[in-house]
Design a protein around this ligand. Structure first.
Ligand SMILES: O=c1[nH]cnc2c1ncn2[C@@H]1O[C@H](CO)[C@@H](O)[C@H]1O
Ligand SMILES: [Zn+2]
Length: 387
């Protein structure tokens, strides 16, 4: 007679990772299109600049072109996705498919960002862009629900850091606050465009008690993170991965945090880490060397994100799989990242708490207790009771 005991340190299977409830705070709408949708929208809208019209080859092209080692070159690939997202129908479709794809990946809560100012070439107004995207998200949530999957999507409005429309976009976010927009962001090339160029937008949002994150500490280091936090007052850091530059690991294994890294950890500043994206832009050399391993050990408020599912050929499940492979993470680790994400979301506290207690924790508990019911699984071999 053998007896089964609770597994410790078990490696989650791909299937468990897929079914685990996941939270995503950093995902670009224009970085997550299905390749086939890019092709179809280009055809429908007379966009003729696509590098390939075969969906498989186009998907590969995005991935390879983005795999350049530089953020600037990575960002060039967005001209094609933004290029086909210039009509109301295109925006509704892309947003709907985004919600459906995230739901199919087991994401239960996501904040998806895009820059309204980049979608005006077909004659839409900023308001119309936001309304179209919101409509698509709601349609996608309903379609997912009809399929038995629950997902909630909030939009973040991004202003481009090289442009000069950030105050206008911040005001747009504030106007749509009760209709699907949960916050604000700035993105684009980091070097040469410090967040302090947009102080008026951040001041406006703070006066309105609104929320914002800033892409900082991705292609540029500590000064960018410091400005985002101490000059701009960001609630979260988009990437923030270069906070590692302010952390010293000594030969005897002791770790020393500089003032900025201490502040980030002490204040529980959420880091929207995007491992695959960082490998492509050169911010990290491999998954195993990605700072997320150390940041998790040191209990920073680390979260796991996709950034751009198309360009990085990824999903939340894939990001988790890479981390499980690189660091041996268990379901407890994945739950820790997920709860961190939910704690750091921009929706109200009571909703975050309910999502943690009523959706995330029960979801992981169900996965963690599966070993108890192994004998009932259809694939199990001989009877666990012998004979
Ligand atoms: O990792 C990133 N760092 C900085 N900017 C980015 C990143 N990914 C996408 N965008 C930029 O954000 C815009 C709105 O979604 C995209 O068009 C792209 O230019
Ligand atoms: Zn990003």
């Amino acid at each position: 007679m053998t007896s089964q005991t609770a597994p410790t340190g078990n490696t989650p299977s791909s299937d468990q990772i897929l079914r685990a409830p996941k939270v995503l705070l950093h995902d670009h709408l224009d970085g997550g299109l299905r390749p086939a949708t890019v092709v179809e929208l280009a055809r429908a809208n007379g966009y003729s600049a696509l590098p390939d019209t075969d969906p498989d080859k186009l998907g590969l092209w995005f991935r390879e072109a983005a795999d350049s080692g530089s953020l600037e070159r990575y960002l060039e690939t967005f001209s094609h996705t933004v290029g086909v997202m210039q009509s109301r129908d295109a925006l509704v479709r892309v947003a709907r498919e985004c919600a459906e794809d995230l739901a199919a990946d087991g994401v239960v809560y996501a904040e998806v960002r895009y820059a309204p100012e980049q979608h005006l070439e077909g004659g839409l107004s900023l308001e119309e862009v936001v309304e179209a995207v919101n409509e698509g998200f709601r349609e996608g949530e309903r379609a997912a629900l009809a399929d038995g999957r629950r997902v909630r999507i909030g939009a973040l409005l991004t202003a481009m850091r090289h442009a000069a429309r950030s105050l206008e976009i911040a005001e747009l976010a504030e106007r749509h606050r009760d209709s699907g927009v949960v916050g604000f962001d700035i993105a684009g090339a980091e070097a040469g465009y410090p967040p302090t160029r947009h102080l008026d937008a951040f001041e406006f949002l703070k006066r309105a008690n609104n929320h914002f994150t800033i892409h900082a500490g991705e292609a540029f280091g500590l000064p960018s993170i410091w400005q985002a936090l101490q000059w701009c007052g960001a609630d979260r850091l988009g990437h923030g991965v270069r906070i590692i530059d302010d952390i010293t690991v000594h030969e005897d294994g002791t770790v020393e945090l500089g003032r900025l890294a201490s502040y980030v950890r002490d204040k529980r500043v959420p880091l929207e880490l995007c491992p695959s994206s960082n490998l492509q832009t050169g911010a990290a050399a491999s998954y195993a060397e990605h700072p997320i391993g150390l940041l998790r050990r040191l209990h920073f408020r680390a979260t796991v994100n996709t950034d751009n599912r198309l360009m990085s050929h990824t999903s939340m499940s894939r990001e988790f799989e890479h981390l499980v492979d690189a660091f041996g993470y268990t379901l407890d680790d994945l739950q820790w990242f997920t709860v961190n994400g939910m704690k750091s979301a921009f929706i109200p506290f009571d909703e975050r708490l309910a999502m943690i207690n009523d959706v995330i924790k029960p979801g992981y508990a169900a996965l963690k207790s599966e070993w108890l019911f192994k004998q009932a699984a259809p694939t199990s071999g001989s009877s666990p009771f012998g004979g």
